[in-house]
Design a protein around this ligand. Structure first.
Ligand SMILES: Cc1ncc(C[n+]2csc(CCOP(=O)(O)OP(=O)(O)O)c2C)c(N)n1
Length: 284
């Protein structure tokens, strides 16, 4: 016998705004997975904030029935951290593209990772700048030919998973937009994780970097016996660039930023406001 019908279904999170992404864009799969995870966890729209930067992925807050913030290019993480600090009871999901997150926004990642706020950061990694018509991005492969690299990209791509493990993120995973059900499971675990959860999603750009044929041949599930607390093994999986490994690479428990901040506030309030006479006396 089936249980009671859940109050919120995946479609409950759809807004009246229809995505204007190109038909076949991988980002539809990511959005679908996010809807599924939210419904699975019965996250109330009033308790949810979706923060984005700029790019095709930047449109996401408009498509999720929740609070939302379409911020500046590369500024997803500081905005999301501010939201979480202002109200730690909120479920905060940051979304961005590989250009938004790893190029202009790259300087924010190590600090978000080491601070460990309890929030999710989903990257829709299409290895190109989709919105601005296909310039190469930090995850474009060598040789990638686009408007900005007509003779082929000469740079080595960065490795988002190895980078996040190195920076101290407490949850690092990868999904594929062509497998939205499996991706939803990963996003669910990311939301459930208490701390900074990074999910890199391979999300092909059908117009400027159509990898739909090559990616499925490279997909591989992380081994069933993989110990997610083993950082060295997590690096090994992340460095397997011959495959696109799907699943959780690394997950450990660490105190969160907002817990630390609450303690500091409590200590500061317990010691009372600073005595102005004492401060002034230092200068007299
Ligand atoms: C400060 C600033 N610089 C440049 C831009 C132009 N711009 C808009 S989107 C974008 C690239 C986005 O690429 P990515 O994050 O990979 O997102 P996608 O469109 O592929 O989802 C750029 C450079 C901007 N909006 N603001």
């Amino acid at each position: 016998m089936s249980g009671p019908t859940p109050e919120l279904l995946p479609q409950s999170y759809k807004t009246d705004e229809h995505p204007i992404w190109c038909p076949g864009c991988g980002d539809f799969g990511v959005l679908d997975a996010v809807y599924k995870s939210l419904a699975g966890l019965q996250v109330q729209p009033k308790d949810l904030v979706v923060v984005s930067g700029i790019g095709c992925s930047g449109r996401t807050p408009g498509f999720v029935k929740s609070y939302g913030f379409h911020s500046l290019h590369g500024r997803v993480l500081p905005v999301a951290l501010g939201v979480k600090l202002a109200n730690p009871s909120l479920c905060v999901i940051g979304v961005g593209g590989d250009g938004d997150g790893f190029a202009i926004g790259g300087g924010h990642i190590p600090h978000a990772a080491r601070r460990n706020p309890d929030m999710v950061y989903v990257i829709m990694d299409n290895s190109t700048y989709g919105l601005t018509k296909g310039q190469y991005s930090p995850t474009s492969p060598r040789g990638y030919q686009a408007g900005s690299t007509p003779y082929g990209n000469i740079e080595q791509p960065l490795n988002p998973l190895a980078m996040l493990i190195a920076y101290g993120a407490t949850f690092v995973a990868q999904g594929y937009s062509g497998k939205p059900r499996e991706l939803a499971d990963v996003v669910t675990k990311a939301i459930e994780h208490k701390g900074f959860a990074f999910v890199n999603v391979i999300s092909p750009c059908i117009t400027f970097n159509n990898t739909y044929k090559v990616i499925p041949q490279k997909l591989k599930e992380t081994p069933q016996d993989h110990d997610v607390t083993n950082r060295a093994k997590a690096f090994e999986l992340a460095l397997d660039t011959a495959h696109v490994q799907l699943g959780i690479f690394y997950q450990v428990s660490q105190p969160t930023f907002e817990e630390g901040a609450a303690e500091v506030i409590q200590k500061a309030q317990a010691s009372g406001p600073p005595r102005l006479e004492e401060i002034f006396s230092e200068f007299s």
